[in-house]
Design a protein around this ligand. Structure first.
Ligand code: SF4
Length: 95
């Protein structure tokens, strides 16, 4: 029981894998305003582009906020057990 709690706490604190389903992006720019260290918009159409696929864990809260604020639900979260990393990648084919 205690071990389970510890694992869950670790996942929430230290680990997050974010998939940006860029086909869904409506180019609002919210993620860029929230976390410009990780996200930018393409010049040609304003669609999100992930600049840093392995951001510092110091940016975890900002990335989480960007994910929550996206009006088009572009971002999907996946847990990466025990990695202790923040990973942000693009999946342009996801609908
Ligand atoms: S907040 Fe969502 S819709 Fe707006 S630019 Fe970022 S990914 Fe696209």
């Amino acid at each position: 029981m205690g071990q389970l709690f510890k694992k869950r706490e670790r996942e929430e604190d230290d680990t997050m894998r974010v998939i940006a389903q860029t086909q869904k992006c409506i180019a609002s720019g919210t993620c860029v305003l929230t976390c410009p260290q990780v996200f930018e918009q393409r010049d040609e159409d304003g669609v999100v582009h992930v600049m840093d696929e392995h951001p510092s864990l110091a940016l975890l809260a900002r990335v989480r906020q960007a994910v929550e604020l996206c009006p088009a639900l572009v971002f999907r979260l996946e847990d990466e057990d025990e990695t202790g990393e923040l990973i942000v990648i693009e999946d342009p084919n996801a609908l």
